[in-house]
Structure formats: C-alpha cells, structure tokens
Design a protein around this ligand. Structure first.
Ligand SMILES: Nc1nc2c(c(=O)[nH]1)N[C@H]1C(S)=C(S)[C@@H](COP(=O)(O)O)O[C@H]1N2
Ligand SMILES: [Mo]
Length: 508
C-alpha cells in the first residue's frame, strides 16, 4: 500500500512541469509527421490569434509590431509553466487533480487542432499523443516521487533518475520534431526559383526616385526590410515543387496549376507599393518592391470568369483568406498579379513563398494572400474573407496618405538649414502634390521626387531655415484626382487610418 503522505513542493512542481513538457514535446514530434500546424501549442496560439477581438489585435500589432507573435508565444509559455506547476501543487496527495488539469489542457489542444481551418482530421493525432504521453509521464513521476516523500531514502534516487530521464526524453522528442519539421527544404527550392528569375531583369528606376540621402526610405525596399504582417505563428514551409493552385467557383473551367505551369506563362515585373490597413498615420507598414509573376487577368482568362462572380476570394495553406472585387482584379490599368518573385529573388518565406497575390491600390488584408493555395470566384454576398468576418470592410481601396520621415518626433537638430522629407502614396492614382506647414505658417509645396508609376509611393522634401526653438511640422498629400488628404483623424478599423502626420522637434 502506498503512503498517503504529501509530495514535497519542489517534487510536486517538477512532476507537473515535466508532465506538461512531455505532452508538448510529443505533440510537436507527432505534428512533424502529420502537419507542422498540428502542434498543440501552435494550434492553440493560432486559434487565439483568430479569436482575438479586433481592437486588441490592432493594439498588439501596433505595440509589439513584428514581435507580436513572440509576445504571444512567450505569454503562452509562461501560462503553461504556471499551469504545470499548479497541476503539480494540487496533486501533492494524489495524482488525480493534476491529471484533470492535464486533460483539460490537452482538451484545449484537441479542440484547437480540430477547429483549425487548414488541418485534416488526422492532425488530431498530435494533441492526442501529447495528452496520452503527458498524463503517463505525470503519473509515473508522481508515483516515483511519492516513494521519496516519507522517509527520504533511496527512493529519492529513483525519482531523480526518472526526472532526468523525462528531461532527456523531452529534449530528444523536441529536437526530433524540430529536425523533422525542418526537413522540408525550402531554401534549395527558393534557390532554384531565384535562378530561374535571373532571366527576368528588373526594370531600371529613374534617377532621383527617392530622397534617401535626406532620410526617406530607398525607393525599393530591400526584402529584409519589407514590412511583414500576417496571422501565421509559424511561417508555412512550402516547396515550389510541391505547390499547386486551384482556381474554381464561378468559372467556366476549373484549373489546377503547378509552379511549372506558372513559369510557362508570360512573366512580367511590376513595381508596387503595398500598404497595410493597420498602418496608423505616420506608421511603418508601407513598402515597395519589384514583383515578378503573372497577371491575374491572364490567369483568370484561362479559367473563364462567369458574369455572376463579383469577388476573387483567395486563400492560403494556413487558412487565411482575402477577397477583392473582380472588377479591380481584372482592371487593365492596375495589373493585379500572382507574384513569385520579389526584387529579383524567390519570395522570402515570410512574404509567401512560393506564390502570393498583390493587387495595387487595395490594402493587403483584402488582396495580398501569401502562401497561396486557392482562388475562388464567388460573390461578396456568398462568402466573407478572413478580416471581414472580424470587422473590417469588404472593400478596401488604399487611402491617399503621407508621412514625415525626417525629422523624427522630438529629435533635436542644429538651428539653420533643416530638411523635412518623407513619402506620400495614393496607389493607382498617383501623387500630384505634397504640402508642408511649418509652425502654423502657410502650406508650402514640397519638391517631389521623380514619379515612377501610379502604383508606387512618391518621395518629397522641403528645406527650411529655422531659428532655435520648438517646431511643429505637418504634411498633406494631394493625388492626381485633386483629392486633398483629409485632416480627419480616424483609426485603422474598419477601412484604414486618415489624418495629417504631425511631428514636433527642436532646434538649438
Ligand atoms: N496567408 C496570409 N496572407 C496574408 C496575410 C495573412 O495574415 N496570412 N496578411 C495580409 C496582410 S493584412 C497584409 S498587409 C499583407 C502583408 O504582406 P507582407 O507581410 O508581405 O508585407 O499580407 C496579406 N496576406
Ligand atoms: Mo494588413
């Protein structure tokens, strides 16, 4: 008969933490065989992202920027550590309370995996195996620990050995999962695509397209600096060789295309400025690249779009979707594309390798699906894209906006010659004028950099001679339709922020 004495606190915590650790490691290991996203931790995290109320998500993107996902994973890690310790502490007499906590946590993982839009039912094997092994390890260590509790004899040695064994097992399972998940050789697939793209030279940019020397961004954003926004906790790992695209719905002929089919079509390169709807006035989510790929209107002509269709709904391997009007996607003046190249390279994994969409003049959420899997021709009445079911607008034309890049807010400069410079954008319309107002004076026209296309941003600059003191500078853009950027401040939800960017700085 085992003794009914209580486990020491440290032993109880160790038992709980190792049990949960074993569950997570085994869940990841099995997920590496079925689908990386079947990892219980990732599935719960991804579900949390999808369920997060819009204002909170907006806050997270704004506050943590690209680190929002690390913050989420870190938070989940801390929560699990606390839950595991608690599971151990409430089980000092019998293993049952901790077993119930473990089953509850496991249940969360199972529900998350079962409800992910992009996972098959087989994916549930990962959290199931995790719970099973986690509970077994927990109860086994609990039994060993209880023998040490009173009196502390050689039983303690058995428990320590068991705990070390569990740590080694967790490490092996975790490393095995990592290795297996990394076996998809994305980099060599990307290298092949990049080699094929050398046959398609990038368009030369006119001299004077930016004022980078004065502090604006370079006209083309290097891939590593291109803003990134998405809901994917782990970047989908795909190879071009395995990729297929299904085009279906309200079409005359359903298509199933391989990467080679895309490469065999006429490839073009377009320089396009992308913008995220979450970009606040003055924010960083705007970048420009040379995208190489096929025009969506060529691709959709192969399928034959039926007249009833009014929405091009694209979806990704990770369960994301975006929808743009058919008229926008087919618009001969804006060259919506399925892109496979970005600045002369295969798309970086974070930007959608092997293929994504880019639709000039439409915010990314409603058009720019990365890790593209399907294009469905449908209607706005019949189907809603990811962000529309979460409060954003169905139609999302990019608003005319401008930003001051220098000086930066609260910067202190020497009095005298001060350059104010920045960017302005009104994709598909083009920027006609940028005006600057210093210290409440009159609006004055800034010098504009050479215009490249109407799908891209335009840099501006204005030189001042300033006395020492505190200064306030504001900018506003006018597009080629004559529309002057509105002063009215609205937040990004539901269809993009507006307002004039204002910077306060000092000179001495
Ligand atoms: N699969 C997938 N595609 C996506 C998203 C996403 O969350 N998942 N986010 C969209 C949003 S909101 C924007 S602004 C653009 C950003 O593209 P980038 O990260 O390459 O800059 O991608 C779009 N495509
Ligand atoms: Mo976005």
């Amino acid at each position: 008969m085992e003794q009914r004495s209580r486990l020491p606190v440290t032993a109880a915590i160790t038992v709980g933490v190792l049990g949960v650790g074993a569950a997570l490691a085994v869940g990841d290991l099995v997920a590496a065989f079925v689908d990386a996203d079947a990892s219980p931790l990732l599935a719960v995290g991804n579900s949390a992202i999808d369920l997060t109320p819009l204002p909170l998500k907006d806050f997270a993107v704004r506050t943590f920027a690209t680190y929002d996902k690390l913050v989420l994973l870190g938070g989940m890690g801390l929560f699990l550590l606390a839950a595991a310790a608690l599971a151990g502490l409430v089980s000092r007499r019998t293993p049952w309370p901790g077993t119930v906590v473990a089953l509850l946590l496991g249940g969360l993982g199972i529900i998350a995996v079962l409800t992910r839009p992009n996972l098959t039912p087989a994916a549930v094997l990962a959290p199931l195996a995790g719970v099973f092994v986690g509970v077994a390890v927990f109860r086994w260590l609990h039994r060993l620990a209880r023998r040490t509790a009173d009196p502390p004899r050689e039983g303690r040695r058995a428990f320590l050995l068991g705990a070390v064994g569990a740590v080694v097992g967790i490490g092996l399972a975790g490393a095995g999962g990592r290795l297996l998940a990394g076996r998809v050789d994305v980099e060599s697939s990307r290298a092949k695509v990049t080699r094929m793209l050398t046959a398609y030279p990038l368009p030369a940019k006119p001299a004077g397209a930016d004022f980078a020397r004065d502090g604006t961004p370079s006209f083309v954003t290097p891939n590593a600096q291109f803003y990134r926004v998405d809901t994917a906790l782990s970047v989908p790992q795909l190879r071009a060789e395995d990729w297929t695209l299904r085009v279906h719905g309200l079409v005359d002929r359903e298509l199933r295309l391989t990467f080679a089919d895309i490469m065999a079509m006429e490839l073009v390169t377009r320089t396009i400025t992308m913008t995220c709807v979450s970009n606040e006035v003055g924010g960083p989510y705007v970048s420009t690249a040379d995208f190489t790929g096929v025009l969506l209107r060529d691709l959709l002509a192969k399928a034959g779009v039926r007249p009833e269709a009014d929405q091009v709904l694209s979806s990704s391997v990770d369960g994301y979707s975006a929808g743009s009007p058919v008229s926008t996607v087919l618009d001969p003046d804006r060259d919506a594309m399925l892109a496979i190249g970005m600045n002369g390279q295969a798309l970086p994994p974070e930007h959608g390798f092997p293929a994504r969409l880019v639709v000039p003049g439409v915010y990314g959420y409603a058009s720019a699906t990365k890790w593209l899997k399907e294009i469905e021709l449908t209607t706005f009445a019949a189907k809603q894209q990811y962000w529309v079911s979460r409060g954003y607008s169905q139609r999302a034309p990019i608003k005319t906006e401008s930003r001051i890049d220098v000086p930066q807010g609260l910067q202190s400069l020497s009095a005298g010659r001060v350059v104010v410079a920045g960017i302005a954008w009104a994709q598909t319309k083009g920027i006609a004028k940028v005006e600057v107002r210093m210290d409440g004076g009159p609006w004055q026209e800034a010098d504009l950099a050479v215009s490249v296309t109407n799908e891209t941003w335009r840099m501006w600059r204005k030189v001042y001679d300033l006395k020492p003191g505190t200064h306030t500078v504001i900018c506003r853009a006018t597009d080629t339709t004559g529309y002057v950027q509105t002063q009215q401040r609205v937040s990004p939800i539901p269809d993009g922020a507006t307002g004039w960017h204002t910077i306060v700085f000092t000179t001495s």
